[in-house]
Design a protein around this ligand. Structure first.
Ligand code: FE2
Ligand code: FE2
Length: 258
């Protein structure tokens, strides 16, 4: 049995500090074999610089997933091809980086696949369902243990992808909304699912950003620069137990620490 911890979108300095102070002890307490961290907001709320990527690995991330903010910090172009990191597989083929990869823990190969949704998001990406199918077929030549980060806005799109992939991957974990949902479960053919893992970032914020500017935007609709909020951070994610031979999920448990 393999224990995999997935940590939801690490947002700005409060999120990074939370990871640095808590991830190692959490991994120890829960006997985690492999840890995946979504890092798309780690650098000042948008993107991931090399220094911030190193901070996440040092804190205990074994692998990093990304999302719609993949390219928001230009530093990523220098290291994305060489680091343990995946960006959505349904981005343009000409872009650097990989959409999926296979890592190893406890002698078990673990596939990590990143995808981005199209509902209420940039819909110029390729169809995530078709892309997922092709990628999963490729990964399954190497391993049945596959964790999918589906970075999407609409809950319906995330649930639909989970059912579409049920039985062919170990878990479909939604990210992007920064708000954890309480619907974690294992689908009938053995795929663990949660609509959104939530955010690892500042509690007193609007999905990681300072509140006033966001509230103003909703009232006046005047373009405002959103700055990451400061202060106490929460840690959100899910803990998975997976059969390393069949790749089926045995357990999914939410992690929600304030
Ligand atoms: Fe995010
Ligand atoms: Fe996002």
């Amino acid at each position: 049995m393999l224990k995999v911890l997935f940590v939801g979108d690490v947002c700005a300095r409060p999120g990074r500090e939370k990871i640095s102070e808590r991830l190692a002890s959490l991994k120890k307490e829960k006997q985690v074999d492999f840890c995946i961290v979504n890092g798309e907001n780690a650098s000042h709320g948008k993107g991931l610089s090399l220094a911030c990527a190193d901070e996440l690995y040092e804190a205990g991330a074994d692998f990093i997933t990304m999302g719609n903010h993949t390219w928001s910090n230009a530093g990523i172009f220098d290291y994305i091809d060489d680091y343990a990191i995946v960006r959505p597989a349904n981005f343009s083929k000409d872009l650097p980086g990989r959409g999926y990869d296979v890592a190893e823990a406890k002698g078990v190969k673990i596939g990590i696949l990143d995808l981005q949704g199209r509902v209420y998001m940039d819909d110029s990406t390729d169809n995530p369902f078709e892309c997922a199918k092709k990628c999963v077929e490729e990964i399954r030549k190497e391993t049945n243990v596959i964790i999918v980060d589906f970075h999407a806005e609409a809950s319906s799109e995330k649930i639909a992808l989970a059912y579409y992939l049920d039985g062919t991957v170990s878990a479909v974990i939604g990210t992007h909304t920064h708000v954890q949902t309480a619907d974690e479960r294992i689908l009938e053919k053995g795929t663990a699912f949660i609509t959104d893992a939530g955010m690892t970032g500042p509690v007193e914020s609007i999905i990681g950003m300072k509140k006033n500017a966001v509230v103003d935007k909703f009232i006046n609709n005047i373009p405002r620069k959103f700055e990451p909020a400061e202060g106490k951070a929460m840690l959100n994610g899910v803990l998975l137990e997976i059969d390393e031979i069949t790749g089926k999920a045995l357990k999914i448990e939410r992690v929600f620490e304030k």
